[in-house]
Design a protein around this ligand. Sequence first.
Ligand code: TYD
Length: 130
Amino acid sequence: MRDIDNSLLIELSNFSDGVIRLENKKDIPFEMKRIYYLYELSTGQIRGAHAHKKLQQLMIALKGSFDVILDNGEKKKVFHLDHAGYGLLIEPGIWHEMKNFSFDTVCLILASMKYNENDYIRDYREFLNM
Ligand code: TYD
């Protein structure tokens, strides 16, 4: 069982007013291989709802706000992201859901691996069995 407390809200290095640096293995605890972002989200939408086998991700509310529910199968933890200066580290083996998006949300995700559908666990029962 993955320790949910390994999922951290990281204060990103704000080395000048309004400038955030994201450097591999310095500001981000892994080697970034892919960046993607979510936008044009609606309040009622639920995104995520899966876990990863190996992928590490850092999630940042570049704009707007939303909730991230992390679940290790035993315990749930809710984070409210609303500041571009913080990143939520999502470790593999953690079920995550994002919801309650403000209309203007832009959610940036830095990922440690290229896209690979085989790395996803999209079935919650399968997740609990692992
Ligand atoms: P998914 O990761 O399921 O998004 P969310 O969890 O936010 O709902 O991805 C949605 C779709 O986009 C899915 O069909 C896979 C595709 N996708 C890619 O092809 N490459 C990528 O890098 C990402 C993140 C998604």
